[in-house]
Write a protein that binds this ligand. Structure first.
Ligand SMILES: O=c1[nH]cnc2c1ncn2[C@H]1C[C@H](O)[C@@H](CO)O1
Ligand SMILES: [Zn+2]
Length: 366
């Protein structure tokens, strides 16, 4: 029951609420002005425009293609300007600052180190530069009165054959901020089972991983990710609705895979705006997140790519409030779901839930 002293659930108030982000790509979250600065500094000449406003709009429009493969083409420009340690440090620092300014208290930010080797940087140097950037950004955020903790996920690209090497890199850096592993890139034609050796290695090492699955391909991809590979979480996972039947009278029947995902509390890293852009969902209002939330799957709300979707964690939540009428209790539920599902240790997760998230929402709920 909400108190009469409850703060109205406005976009501004949502920005102040504590939020947890599990699915955000470093190379999909640059500030447009930074893309232009970095392009100038490194002599990258392929940007479609050097006007900050136009470039921001270009990324959103180009990503708005209805296809994951075309959406992914826009990353050529961000990765193109991230080929030096200076650029990586800057992008990571700004990422931490931007997320903290939006009220994020814990974020897992991911990227594929293999995409930043064009000028000869080693994979280890790349990871160290990004960690340094996150450290600097968190310090700057602290100076601005915001506390943020960032964990890093390393992605291997599905179309390349480097996943074991990247999994080993993640384990090598596990004590300096890398908390897990993922596979990203085109889903159709690149099933997660192509990377079984990497997943086997990670499980042997007691390491954590999530898998992009059920975004541009359906149930077989989700089933393989969970039952063959052992994914702890699903990146997107929207297509799990293909295994749920809603009858005309509103009664709902879950298939075996959907039941398994819900029963095992497998976290769904849902990214509504990104899904509308790639065609995985027709609109925010018709996004499966509404049904999955009603059915109490372990739903979390994420940005995927802040630059390509022109979004922030707070604006994704505000869009859901608009579409589904969610209140503070719902937003707190998404946030606690995400914190419970993070890849950092139990004691740290519990401390953030009890000391930061619950008091933050209590203040808003009155
Ligand atoms: O939503 C996505 N699905 C699959 N791959 C993605 C998505 N968003 C970004 N990526 C890719 C492009 C990036 O270069 C890479 C690593 O962050 O991950
Ligand atoms: Zn993603």
């Amino acid at each position: 029951m909400l108190s009469t002293n409850s703060v109205p659930v406005t976009p501004e108030a949502i920005r102040t609420a504590p939020k947890v982000l599990l699915h955000d790509h470093l190379d999909g979250g640059l500030r447009p002005a930074t893309v232009i600065d970095l392009a100038d500094a490194c002599g990258y000449r392929d940007l479609p425009t050097s006007d900050v406003g136009e470039l921001g709009r270009w990324f959103t429009e180009a990503a708005d293609s209805g296809s994951l493969v075309r959406y992914l083409e826009t990353f050529a420009h961000t990765c193109g300007v991230m080929q030096s340690t200076e650029a990586l440090v800057r992008v990571a620092a700004e990422c931490a600052e931007d997320l903290a300014a939006d009220g994020v208290v814990y974020a897992e930010v991911r990227y594929a180190p293999e995409l930043f080797c064009e000028n000869g940087l080693s994979l280890d140097t790349i990871v160290e530069a990004v960690q340094e950037g996150f450290r600097i950004g968190a310090v700057k955020a602290k100076e601005a009165g915001r506390t943020i903790r960032i964990g890093t996920l390393l992605c291997a690209m599905r179309q390349n054959a480097r996943s074991l090497e990247i999994a080993e890199l993640a384990v090598r850096h596990r004590d300096s901020g890398v908390v897990g592993f993922d596979i990203a890139g085109p889903e159709a034609g690149f099933p997660p089972t192509r990377n079984l050796d990497a997943f086997e290695y990670l499980r042997q090492q007691n390491a954590h991983f999530t898998i992009h699955a059920g975004e541009a391909f359906g149930l077989p991809s989700i089933w393989e990710a969970i039952q063959h590979c052992g994914a702890e979480r699903l990146g997107h996972g929207v297509r799990i609705v293909d295994d749920i039947k809603v009858a005309g009278d509103g009664s709902v029947q879950l298939g075996r895979l959907a039941s398994y995902v819900r029963d095992r509390r497998i976290p769904l890293e849902m990214c509504p705006s990104s899904n509308v852009q790639t065609g995985a969902a027709p609109s925010i209002a018709e996004h499966p997140i509404g049904l999955l939330t009603k059915l109490r799957f372990r739903v979390t709300v994420n940005t995927d790519n802040r630059l390509m979707s022109n979004c922030l964690p707070s604006t994704e939540m505000a869009a859901l409030v608009d579409a589904f009428g969610y209140d503070w209790a719902d937003l707190r539920w998404f946030t606690i779901n995400a914190m419970k599902s993070a890849f950092i240790g139990f004691d740290e997760r519990l401390a953030i839930i009890n000391d930061v998230i619950k008091p933050g929402y209590a203040a808003l709920m009155g």
